[in-house]
Every structure is written in structure tokens, then in C-alpha cells.
Design a protein around this ligand. Structure first.
Ligand code: PEP
Length: 255
């Protein structure tokens, strides 16, 4: 089973709409007709509409970085899946470690968002990963299992092929420390095995598992060549078109 590689850029709280426009234009100009790799950009909410218009008609897809599980109502400061669909977003980052640690998001809350996203035809990129303390305590696989089982609770076999998992060791995010290929592949293979248990082999082989954590052009080829690494979720290196485009090229080069 060949899974098409996916490269997703998480711009986090960077780039105003004005700053986002040239970055999106550069990506479209260089990779807007690329069909070898799926490409998603996730600007902040305020730049979604601007970026959406620039990538319209290209092969680049639009993702948001967070949403609320409810459809509407008294949730000041929040944004619903329907509102994101209205801006033509197709993907949504859920459970990023920064949401978990700074905003106290639990697996149960992330699960509500996952179900709401799927109900609204948004494809969740469900982020999981252990902290340094958890890795050192030898609990990496247990932590990842709990996050995946919690995040996917109630997600059906029909729905789960629209989910992308992103394994992001927290100690590697924005730190310049990258997991070794062996460390990453070990966890990715474990996640694949868990998906087999939850959904059966045929479905598990279709689900993409991205690696995230200081992925950059220099380390990407080796990571992307691993059997169960189906792409990357990119923070820092997605903020500049040159490095993001190099990562797309690296993903396209993997046979
Ligand atoms: C991320 O935040 O999803 C991420 C992987 O960041 P970075 O690439 O900067 O480590």
C-alpha cells in the first residue's frame, strides 16, 4: 500500500494576513500544481481568508490550527468547524502539544473536536506525543496509545481514513532536537499497530502518520524514507517558502 506523502505547515501565531499573502503566493507559484505530495498550510485564523483566496484553484489545501466542538453559541473567542468550512478550510490541527500544555486541552475535549470536525467534513490532523519526562520514564508508547485511543473514541471505520495522525515528540518541537529515525519509526510502527487493532489492517494501512518536531530539509529525507512515516507536520521551517518547498521536494523524492 502506497500512502501519498503529506506535508503540512503549522504557522502557529505567526504571519498577519498581510505577511501571510507573499508566503502563500510563493508556495503556490512553486508547488501549486504539485500532485505527487499533498500539501496543507495552516495559517492563523486571521489569515485564513487571505490565504484561502491565494491558494484557490491550486493543489494546496487550507487548514486551521484549532476549533471549538460546538456548532455555535456563547463561546467567546472561539471558532466552529462550520465557520472554518465556510472559509474553505479542509483540514484542522487538533491536540497540538501547545494546545494541550498551554490551554489545558484533554483527550476528552480533543475527541469532541475530532468528532465535530469529521461531522463537518474537516479532516483532523490529530497530534500526539510524549514529553521529555515521559520518554525518560519509558512511558512513550503508553502515552501515545492513551492519546490516540482517547482522541479517536467513537470515530468509525468509515470516518477514520479522513484522519491524519501526527506524532510529535514534545521535546523535539521548536527545540532543534529531532528524534532519530529509529526513535520516530519505532513510535510510528507502534501507532500503525494500534490502528490495526482498532480498525483492522486494511484501514490502518490507509491512514497517514506524520512526523513533527524540528523537521527540516537536512533531516527530512531520512525521516521520510521510513516505512511508517507518511509526511511531516512542520512548524519553524514552514514559515519561509524556501525551506517549506525543499521539504515538499524531499517528500516527492521518496520512492
Ligand atoms: C509543530 O509545532 O507542529 C512543529 C513540528 O514545530 P517545529 O517544526 O518548529 O518543531
Amino acid at each position: 500500500m502506497i500512502r501519498k506523502k503529506l506535508i503540512a505547515g503549522n504557522w502557529k501565531m505567526n504571519k498577519s494576513a498581510t505577511e501571510a499573502a507573499p508566503l502563500a503566493q510563493e508556495i503556490v507559484a512553486a508547488a501549486g500544481r504539485n500532485t505527487d505530495v499533498d500539501i496543507v498550510v495552516c495559517p492563523p485564523f486571521t489569515a485564513l481568508e487571505t490565504v484561502g483566496k491565494i491558494i484557490d484553484g491550486s493543489s494546496i489545501k487550507l487548514g486551521a490550527q484549532n476549533m471549538h466542538p460546538e456548532a455555535s453559541g456563547a463561546y467567546t473567542g472561539e471558532i466552529s468547524a462550520g465557520m472554518l468550512r465556510d472559509l474553505f478550510a479542509s483540514h484542522i490541527l487538533l491536540g497540538h502539544s501547545e494546545r494541550r500544555s498551554y490551554f489545558g486541552e484533554t483527550d476528552a475535549f480533543i475527541n469532541k473536536k475530532t468528532l465535530a470536525a469529521l461531522k463537518n467534513q474537516l479532516r483532523p490532523i490529530l497530534c500526539v506525543g510524549e514529553t521529555l519526562a515521559e520518554r525518560e520514564a519509558g512511558t512513550t508508547l503508553k502515552v501515545v496509545q492513551t492519546q490516540i485511543e482517547g482522541g479517536l473514541e467513537g470515530v468509525t471505520k468509515d470516518q477514520v481514513t479522513n484522519v491524519v495522525i501526527a506524532y510529535e515528540p514534545v521535546w523535539a518541537i521548536g527545540t532543534g532536537k529531532v528524534a532519530t529515525t529509529a526513535q520516530a519509526q519505532e513510535v510510528h510502527a507502534f501507532i500503525r499497530g494500534l490502528l490495526v487493532k482498532l480498525y483492522g489492517d486494511a484501514i490502518a494501512q490507509k491512514i497517514r502518520i506524520l512526523y513533527g518536531g524540528s523537521m527540516k530539509p537536512s533531516n527530512a529525507p531520512e525521516l521520510l524514507a521510513q516505512k511508517d512515516i507518511d509526511g511531516g507536520l512542520i512548524g519553524g521551517a514552514s514559515l519561509e517558502s524556501r525551506s517549506f518547498l525543499e521539504l515538499i521536494t524531499a517528500a516527492a523524492a521518496v520512492k
